[in-house]
Design a protein around this ligand. Structure first.
Ligand code: PMP
Length: 306
């Protein structure tokens, strides 16, 4: 999907024209993949554009940076404000937002500690990441032949740019094999997550999602799903899943800011009746909550114009 361009990108403290938000070819992070980023959405609500779980995403950006000893030269408040400013200046009623902290040019070699940490924030309109049909009828999943990172190779708590080589390999394999999205197992053989989403299996009315020890990112959308499920009286647990648990699940679904809440239609070949009642209930509450239509979850939104 080509990106729909907008006017401005926030870069190192300033709003620059979209076309001028460039980096040098010797940018350190381009060569060695050390950078951290976030994916966030803002939605159109009756109070204008509002960012979903802004504070949590900014916090995770800083925690990812902490793991890699990157010092972001701004405060959390400055980054949160810059995100709101980027949406406002581009007059976006709803959008996807991509903050990234990376190492600039000027130093080469594997010691990253002398490189300048740079930060950019872009926002643009972005529709359903796994497609409208996927949102409605579910996506077709493939268990990837690629494994998720061992936690001692790539720390799962960090949303690191270089981690996503693994996701891209799995995505390529899934698409070339005729599926929509991949599920990666941990090196130990447990279900971990998808290329850019957490995964949930529903069996006998209980939702189970893998722990971060299986290599999954600790999801912010996942935490929202948990609140919605528990508020609806659905049992929710964090626990290891085997590949066969996915095959025999009554329902399964994915969550992430880009994908939102998406039902799974099939897992390799076994077909899951999609979308099932638990998935549908959580999906519809989530899609209302992000648009400010559920008072109990209004605190998850930060208005762009206050
Ligand atoms: N896992 C991976 C690998 C992801 O890239 C994402 C998207 N950030 C998620 C899970 C979902 O995480 P969250 O809802 O916290 O953004």
């Amino acid at each position: 999907m080509p990106i729909e361009t907008v006017d401005k990108i926030w870069m190192d403290g300033e709003m620059v024209d979209w076309a001028d938000a460039n980096v040098h070819v010797l940018t350190h992070s381009l060569h060695y993949g050390l950078g951290v980023f976030e994916g966030i959405r803002a939605y159109e609500t009756d109070q204008g554009a509002a960012v979903f779980r802004l504070e949590e995403h900014v916090e995770r950006l800083f925690l990812s940076a902490k793991i890699y000893l990157l010092e972001i030269p701004y405060t959390r408040e400055e980054i949160a404000q810059a995100i709101l400013d980027t949406i406002r200046v581009n007059k976006l009623p709803s959008c996807y937002i991509r903050p990234i902290a990376f190492l600039g040019d000027g130093e080469m070699g594997l010691n990253p500690m002398n490189s300048k940490v740079r930060v950019a924030i872009a926002a643009w309109p972005w529709g359903a990441y796994l497609g409208e049909d996927g949102m409605k009828n579910g996506v077709r999943m493939m268990i990837s032949s690629w494994k998720r990172h061992d936690p001692n190779i790539m720390p799962p708590a960090a949303k690191g740019t270089g981690h996503y080589i693994n996701s891209s390999m799995a995505k390529i394999e899934a698409i070339k094999s005729g599926y929509d999205e991949a599920i990666l197992l941990s090196p130990q053989g447990y279900v971990s997550e998808c290329t850019g989403e957490n995964i949930f299996a529903v069996r006998n009315g209980v939702i189970t999602t893998p722990p971060i020890s299986a290599g999954a990112l600790e999801g912010i959308t996942q935490a929202s799903v948990r609140s919605i499920a528990e508020d609806q009286g659905v049992d929710y647990q964090v626990g290891h899943l085997l590949r066969s648990d996915l095959y025999i699940a009554d329902e399964a679904f994915l969550s992430g800011p880009a994908a939102e809440v998406v039902p799974v239609r099939s897992m390799d070949e076994p077909v899951i009746a999609a979308p099932g009642p638990t998935t549908t209930a959580i999906q519809s509450t989530y899609l209302d909550a992000v648009r400010g239509k559920v008072p109990a979850y209004r605190h998850w939104l930060t208005n762009v114009d206050d």
